[in-house]
Design a binder for this molecule. Structure first.
Ligand code: ADP
Ligand code: MG
Length: 365
């Protein structure tokens, strides 16, 4: 298990010493035992409390959404999970590149011809995406979609070299003109397309948590695919959030005890296909229009899910050396990277586990 060093707390997190869990519990197997023991104690002590957790799962935004909400008023907790799912559907309608009527699709259709006025929310998220482009030297770039839309991972479709070369110059976040006063978006040239797949789920998680806060809820977990946001703790102890093993389905590479923060994982195993020994997956290097090959999984710990989501995609593109250099200079942000050789790398603010896990047996840094 991994955790933040005590002096590297996120700005919004209150890390209570009583929530520390023994570091020796490294493997998933042990983790399960531990969780099982806790669950038993929990069931024995608090049958009443158990009744007030509301849980829901749904497939929205092309991914699995999960919500766990606690409130002493069970009806309010239930109202909370319903509100979370409604918010996910709303964001999907607004930002899906696959829905022709979404605001995002309208931008892609018209913004090369004329300025397209957009909602405050979508405008703000596009603007935030641009800030991540600047921060990451262009590793995060929503115009990756100018080439990205030529891939279909389900159908095993990919552009050939000539198609990539034709479209590559349309990838550049500087082609997206934003006008704050009139709130419009315009593309500087033809062929530009944008896609918020690297940040929209984090945004949806943050919105969902805000809706829960506004309802008076103080303990919740909301997960959209690899993006998890946490409100408070899990009633007196931290939430345990796992980082999936990139190659063993069902296994975990690491577990983190978290509260009041967000964890986002980007992996090359989410959407991909293989051809002639090459893995074509959904995270593209904006300078080549091709899938990034150095790492297999990047998890980012941060104060909010939007930031963690955008940075997990960014660090995936940047790779171990540049990605860690970026993370280590950002306050409140930590990273765990698994590279192609299954080595795990941690940013400076994380305590190194006391021994390697059974799943990933090589450790570096
Ligand atoms: P997911 O949870 O869908 O796996 P990630 O956070 O890992 O999402 O981001 C992957 C998604 O980000 C891709 O499906 C694509 O929509 C988008 N994306 C891919 N490459 C880039 C990039 N270089 N910059 C910004 N967004 C990207
Ligand atoms: Mg992301």
């Amino acid at each position: 298990m991994l955790r933040r060093k005590p002096d590297c707390l996120p700005a919004t997190s209150q890390w209570a010493a009583s929530h520390a869990v023994p570091l020796s519990l490294m493997t998933l197997k042990l983790q399960r035992l531990y969780t099982g023991a806790l669950l038993l104690i929990y069931l024995l002590c608090s049958a009443q409390v158990q009744a007030d957790w509301a849980r829901a799962e749904a497939a929205i935004m092309g991914t699995e959404i999960r919500a766990e909400v606690w409130h002493e008023d069970a009806a309010l907790a239930q109202k909370g999970v319903v509100a979370v799912m409604d918010e996910m559907r709303r964001i999907d309608r607004l930002m899906s590149p696959y829905k022709p009527q979404s605001e995002l699709s309208q931008i892609n259709r018209y913004a090369a011809d004329e300025p397209v006025v957009v909602s405050t929310e979508l405008y703000a998220l596009i603007k935030r995406s641009m800030e991540f482009s600047v921060l990451t030297g262009g590793a995060f770039d929503i115009t990756f979609a100018s080439v990205g839309h030529l891939y279909d991972y389900r159908e095993h479709r990919k552009p050939d070299q000539q198609q990539i070369e034709e479209k590559l110059s349309a990838i550049n976040y500087r082609h997206v003109e934003l006008n704050d006063k009139d709130r419009y978006v315009r593309f500087a040239r033809r062929g530009v397309k944008i896609d918020l797949g690297g940040i929209a789920k984090g945004h949806a998680v943050d919105n969902a948590l805000q809706i829960l806060r506004d309802l008076g809820i103080e303990h919740a977990l909301v997960t959209a695919g690899g993006d998890t946001g946490l409100l408070g703790d899990r009633l007196g102890r931290p939430w345990m959030v796992g980082i999936k093993h990139p190659r063993k389905s069902g296994a975990m590479a690491a577990m983190l005890p978290l509260q009041d923060e967000a964890l986002s994982t980007s992996g090359d195993y989410e959407r991909f296909f293989e051809e002639d020994g090459v893995r074509y997956h959904h995270i593209l290097n904006p300078s080549t229009g091709k899938s990034v090959g150095e790492v297999t999984s990047v998890s980012i710990l941060g104060p909010d899910a939007t930031t963690a989501d955008a940075l997990s995609t960014s660090v995936f593109v940047l790779g171990v050396e540049q990605g860690m250099a970026l993370v280590n200079r950002l306050a409140g942000i930590e990273a765990i990277i698994v590279d192609k050789e299954r080595r795990l790398f941690y940013s400076l603010g994380l305590e190194k586990p006391s021994r390697p896990s059974a799943e990933t047996n090589t450790w570096m840094k």
